[in-house]
Design a protein around this ligand. Structure first.
Ligand code: F6R
Length: 586
């Protein structure tokens, strides 16, 4: 959603904060702002746009002082305007805050404060925190008491950093991430280790209901009741340093190209967890798999491969839907939660519902420091490294590899997958994107794309539609091939493109028939297949593979197609409009 950062140290704060915000921009990117303290004065600059754009316009990084806070916003309360951007300062101008999350009782608090003479400039729920802190600070004259009183008054999920005019920082966490970076001569408070990884690899993962008060680089961590909290300094994995674009124009392209490597790393360091998971599954009363977006599409594939190759029945649940029918979950079953970030509020909510009825939680997750990990009985790591592009690419294929490994285990290793050879065949798809780039040009002006697949290829069609929507803003829809005649055929005419996912598996001839039915209605056909056919106007060749592996080889060219079509349409493939990487609100 949003990212927050605070810095106190020996260096000038603003340039360090701007760099940190740039790295965390994937979390939210409609506006940005920085405030710093120098000579007991708070200065603040903010505006709409992405970090580099705003910085170029108003030079956020020239603010003076060695203490500061910063924010990138993904609007929830209030439109995308300069005024609604963070930081927000209190009426006295003596306190400034940045906030991630939602303050549920902000209307009530706002009325109360207005009655006491406070005024508000923005439409945000966050500004309330600044004025509440001012009120409580004037009352207590003590930062510790001020934070304790403020957190007892606000309701919702939040992490905020507050800066006082004397240069003191304080930050509180309730269910939104907040990590402390502990450097030699500096301290960072950040939503993500990416905010400070360049400066220190020492991190403290703050617990929910904890807060920190900070004077220069001396700090104290307390709980909301004011008791000292013991903490542990963790070494951050060096791989976070990889979150650079390198020679690639965009993170999304880099992440697509990392897949021959990430496929080999998926589930790598958690082999025991895969064995344990197989064991849990074998003895489970019921098995449910949940996720959102791309992760849910992986769940749909999991359902099919578990039943086909391991004879195990599972039920898939869209995470955000479970709250409306919680009784689906039977007691003492297992819930497999798939999530790249491990922070999706919907997934965490599904886990909460399942835990209530004593289900065991198995998670397949990329971010091993996430909330989902802490709520799970067994954790399997995707190990694909930071995924910065908002649209999921490499995490999807890593999820599938983890699922293949679970299926392999359950089938007593009767299914042999040579992942090394598989990775090589993926490399071939990526080697020469020229044809895909040419097809992308054809998509520039169209308004509808349909993607057809049957069996295991249908969830791939859904995932393909999601990628096309996110990256190109073209209306895209995945259709189960057999359903064509039950309605969607009415949409086929010369204005549409249809992608036919048609590997040489048991679905091949039925899907080819569907392609012909579409072709005679004038639509243009892009065939994704290992067999060429005259029905395809454009053929994207994929390698001949074992049936179980086709989904990965099918989605990669579609990820590329979506990426290049985004370039044709001049949209930003890394940061699609209105979206955020971690959807930590419901
Ligand atoms: C799609 C996409 C989203 C996420 C969804 C779940 O490209 O990025 O649909 O898949 O928000 O996110 P995680 O996996 O982090 O729970």
């Amino acid at each position: 959603m949003c990212s927050i950062i605070g810095y106190s140290g020996k260096e000038m704060a603003a340039p360090i904060i701007v760099k940190g915000l740039k790295r965390m921009e994937y979390r939210g990117y409609d506006s940005v702002g920085v405030a710093t303290e120098s000579d007991n004065q708070i200065e603040l600059k903010k505006g709409i746009g992405k970090v580099n754009e705003v910085n170029l316009k108003i030079q956020l990084d020239t603010l003076p002082g060695k203490v500061g806070i910063g924010h990138t916003r993904w609007a929830t309360h209030g439109k995308v305007t300069d005024v609604n951007a963070h930081p927000h300062s209190s009426n006295s101008g003596k306190i400034a805050i940045v906030h991630n999350g939602i303050i549920e009782n902000f209307e009530e608090l706002k009325k109360q404060l207005e009655n006491e003479g406070y005024s508000f400039k923005s439409e945000t729920d966050s500004e309330i925190i600044a004025n509440l802190l001012q009120k409580n600070y004037e009352l207590t004259k003590n930062v510790r008491e001020t934070i304790m009183k403020t957190v007892s008054e606000i309701k919702g999920h939040y992490a905020f950093v507050a800066m006082f005019e004397n240069g003191q920082l304080a930050a509180a966490r309730f269910h939104e991430p907040l990590i402390i970076g502990v450097g030699q001569d500096n301290i960072f408070l950040s939503s993500d280790v990416l905010g400070f990884v360049e400066y220190t690899d020492n991190a403290i993962y703050m617990k929910s209901r904890n807060f920190i008060i900070l004077d220069k680089w001396k700090f104290q961590i307390l709980d909301f009741e004011g008791k000292d909290v013991k903490y542990e300094i963790t070494k951050i994995s060096k791989e976070f340093g990889d979150a650079y674009k390198g020679d690639y124009a965009h993170f999304t392209l880099k992440e697509i190209y990392e897949q021959p490597d990430t496929i080999l790393r998926a589930g790598e360091k958690t082999v025991d967890a895969i064995t344990k998971t197989a064991d849990y599954i074998k003895h489970a009363k019921n098995i449910y798999i949940t996720g959102s977006g791309t992760s849910y599409n992986s769940a749909l594939i999991a359902k099919q491969i578990l039943s086909k190759y391991a004879k195990i029945k599972v039920e898939t649940i869209i995470s955000s839907e479970l709250q409306f029918s919680p009784d689906i979950i039977e007691e003492n079953s297992i819930l497999i939660a798939i999530s790249q970030s491990g922070e999706s509020a919907d997934v965490l909510d599904a886990v909460r519902i399942a835990k209530k009825v004593n289900c065991k939680i198995i998670s397949i997750v990329n971010l091993l420091t996430s909330s989902l990990v802490r709520k799970s009985d067994v954790v399997i790591g995707m190990n694909c490294g930071p995924e910065i592009g908002v649209a999921a690419t490499k995490s999807f294929t890593s999820q599938l590899v983890v699922l293949y490994k679970i299926v392999q285990k359950l089938s007593n290793n009767n299914i042999t997958i040579n992942f090394e050879n598989f990775a090589k065949s993926i490399l071939k798809i990526l080697e020469n994107p020229t044809k895909i780039q040419q097809i992308a040009k054809e998509l520039k002006d169209i308004s509808d794309i349909y993607i057809l697949g049957r069996g295991i290829n249908y969830p791939v069609a859904m995932e393909a539609a999601l990628k096309l929507k996110e990256l190109t803003y073209i209306h895209a829809e995945g259709i189960p091939g057999g359903e064509l005649k039950h309605g969607p055929l009415a949409l086929m005419d010369s204005n549409v493109f249809v992608i036919i996912i048609n590997p040489n598996d048991s679905t091949y001839s039925d899907t080819l028939t569907s392609a012909r039915e579409i072709k005679v209605r004038g639509a243009k056909i892009i065939g994704i297949s290992d067999i060429e056919s005259d029905v395809y106007d454009y053929w994207i060749e994929i390698p001949k593979l074992d049936e179980i592996l086709y989904p990965i080889s099918e989605i990669i060219p579609i990820q590329l197609l979506s990426y290049y079509a985004a370039l044709e349409k001049n949209t930003d493939p890394d940061y699609p409009r209105n979206l955020a990487k971690s959807v930590t609100v419901k």
